[in-house]
Design a protein around this ligand. Structure first.
Ligand code: COA
Length: 172
């Protein structure tokens, strides 16, 4: 099975909105209210929202494909990091999703490898992310990739203020 990674183009916005909403719903719907999921999905994964994100220079989307079909994606964001991220020029891994049928088969690893290469190539000295404290599978995956917990931050899902672990990995 060959997993290929490519940088998203503006014409991928609709695809990213669709698979982003799908992956988010598959992962989190069972642990949250339908109302909170609907609010978040509508604001975070509308075509308008994702089109703007793909166009913004601060963002880099990477799409994983298997036999030409989308299998997941990742999003890197250059910008301010929480104060517990002790780095001069950190980049955020804001999203990394394998689609449900492909979980546990290396899509996440291929995306993470590309994200680390991109981040190093752009001169970032650290990579950080926020992950829901209850998302044990993702936390195990990040720890395997060298991320360590540095603190917590709030993630607002509809009317529910959730606790995310902030995890950081040095790139130097
Ligand atoms: C987290 C995620 C991106 C990892 O990608 P993946 O393609 O599933 O992971 P890979 O196949 O490359 O690597 C497998 C590793 O992930 C973790 N993992 C994946 N599937 C797992 C499962 N069913 N149970 C436990 N751990 C699992 C383990 O750490 C595993 O390590 P191992 O290979 O030593 O067992 C993916 O599981 C995913 O998209 N999950 C749903 C969305 C999500 O939670 N995203 C992160 C939001 S912060």
């Amino acid at each position: 099975m060959k997993i290929s990674i490519r940088q998203a183009a503006f014409s991928d916005a609709e695809l990213l909105a669709t698979i982003g909403a799908q992956a988010f719903a598959d992962t989190f719907a069972s642990d949250n209210t339908p109302e909170n999921m609907a609010i978040y999905l509508a604001e975070a994964f509308s075509l308008e929202q994702i089109s703007g994100e793909v166009a913004a220079a601060a963002n880099l989307f990477l799409i994983a494909e298997i036999d030409g079909q989308p299998a997941g994606y990742a999003k890197l964001v250059t910008g301010a990091a929480p104060e517990m991220v002790k780095a001069k020029n950190a980049v955020e891994l804001e999203r990394i999703y394998a689609l449900k049928t492909w979980i546990g088969q290396g899509v996440g690893a291929a995306l993470m490898q590309s994200c680390l290469e991109e981040a190093r190539g752009k001169g970032h000295d650290a990579i950080w992310l926020g992950v829901w404290e209850r998302n044990t599978r993702a936390i195990a995956f990040y720890e395997k990739w060298g991320f360590a917990k540095a603190g917590t931050k709030v993630f607002q899902l509809g009317d529910d203020p959730q606790t995310d672990f902030v995890m950081v990995r040095s790139l130097v």
